[in-house]
Write a protein that binds this ligand. Sequence first.
Ligand code: MN
Ligand code: MN
Length: 318
Amino acid sequence: MAEPPKTRLPNARQFPRFAGISTFCRFPLIETLETPPDWALYGIPFDGGVTYRPGARFGPRAIREQSAYVKPYHLEHDLNLAERLSMCDAGDAPVRPYSTRETQQAACDFALGLGDASTRLLAVGGDHSIALANLRATQQRHGGGRPLAVLHFDSHLDTVDVAWGEKYTHASPFIRAIEENLIDPRQMLSVGIKGPLNTATDLDYGRAQGIELVTWADWKHRSGVERIERFLERLRQSGDPVYLTFDIDSVDPAYAPGTGTPSIGGFTSAEALDLLRTCRGVNLVGADVVEVLPAMDPAGITALLAAHIIFEILCIAA
Ligand code: MN
Ligand code: MN
């Protein structure tokens, strides 16, 4: 007899994907599980940290809906995600729409209440400020008292110290995470950086901290590909706990128009998925997918892509 799958999915041949109440990838709700899951997915519907267009608070809901079409078998990895991992939708964290700091605290507390100490946390935003909440919870659970390594996909550096007098914004999660000793900048890879910056000095902080910076142009012209592979190989060898944070604006807005701070150019959808597939073998302990703004994308392709990015991330973990 075959082992029962670790995640019980509705049979799509009997229960159509377009029917029923939406959960991430049609995973069961956390309340229905008998044992703590390997991965808990949860939304943080918050966009009070944005510096440009608002609306990412509707991201989790849109991604749940589009993720109904995510099937469990991964063709390229030859693995069935539902057989490998127990996964669930844990609902949405409580948010305080007028306070980024209070939301970050409340969402971290919520996340630490999910599953047990071995459960890994995947947060769905929301703007990028929510990453700090999931990083706090993940480092506390899986860091072993040490800061985490980070794989960061983004058009932006997200290491702005202060914007409009505020230190906690979607432009600042990684400078705050470094200050809080949640992540190790010398074990951080930022991939896909592109677009005009305010000033050349925007790059200074990351360089001084030792962040490995692979711009989209570096990647496109292949010099960055080798650096990414070296970085990943080091992580595979060390087995150090890794956090992955995926800002959808690293993808070309031609493919992912529904986002708050669009930056022209960037990965195609297929390139982004391929890049994630190269990350297999690292010890992934937490992740987030952020900056989906459904109102800017009536066709829903951004949320559909985000749903498939979630699938790729979970397959890295499997
Ligand atoms: Mn960004
Ligand atoms: Mn970002």
